[in-house]
Design a protein around this ligand. Structure first.
Ligand SMILES: [Zn+2]
Length: 188
């Protein structure tokens, strides 16, 4: 049985699910990353982290242009995600699906598009198992699923994972609330 984590960008899997994945290494994690492929630095970093933690993954290679948030091709997105999930559904291999929320957490357009696409796909596949959506809270920041069960060590490991992305070394990165929350864990 697989926990399937569907994210827009390399590093989303760490921000929204990292502590959970570290805390539950005995479970099978399959990460579907909609943008970037192995030809890009972010895509390669994503692969390296997945391999290191023995998470299976699939990079769909949709185009992203950094912070401009281009609109993803919805038809293509739905059909690609359908192909991806169909095999798992047919074989009854889905334990849980995790993906972006209808708000795109902090309003990210591509996160919102992926939420809608996943909703469409699970409806047509008649998947009735559990789905959890990522959560962003103005006061608490990122709230992971099962947050109450996670220990400080899991968050420390999560921060280390986030630091494996070279994006985390950009000088202005702390301007972004989701990074700040991961990076400043020790002070909280
Ligand atoms: Zn993202």
């Amino acid at each position: 049985m697989y926990n399937i984590v569907i994210v827009a960008h390399p590093d989303d899997e760490i921000f929204w699910m990292g502590a959970n994945m570290v805390a539950r290494p005995e479970e099978h994690w399959h990460i579907v990353c909609v943008t970037y492929n192995a030809k890009s630095l972010r895509g390669r970093e994503f692969r390296r982290i997945c391999k290191r933690y023995k998470w299976t993954f699939h990079q769909l290679g949709f185009l992203d242009k950094g912070r401009e948030q281009p609109i993803l091709n919805n038809v293509k997105l739905v059909s690609t995600l359908y192909q991806e999930l169909r095999m798992y559904k047919r074989r009854n291999l889905i334990n849980h699906i995790y993906t972006h929320s209808h708000r795109g957490e902090y309003g990210h357009l591509q996160h919102r598009q992926i939420h809608q696409a996943v909703r469409t796909v699970v409806r047509s596949l008649k998947y009735r198992g559990p789905i959890s959506y990522f959560q962003w809270d103005v006061t608490q920041g990122i709230v992971e699923p099962n947050q109450e069960l996670l220990l400080p060590q899991h968050f420390k490991a999560k921060r280390k994972l986030a630091m494996l992305y070279s994006k985390s070394k950009e000088p202005d990165i702390e301007r972004y609330p989701w990074w700040k929350q991961v990076l400043s864990y020790d002070q909280t």
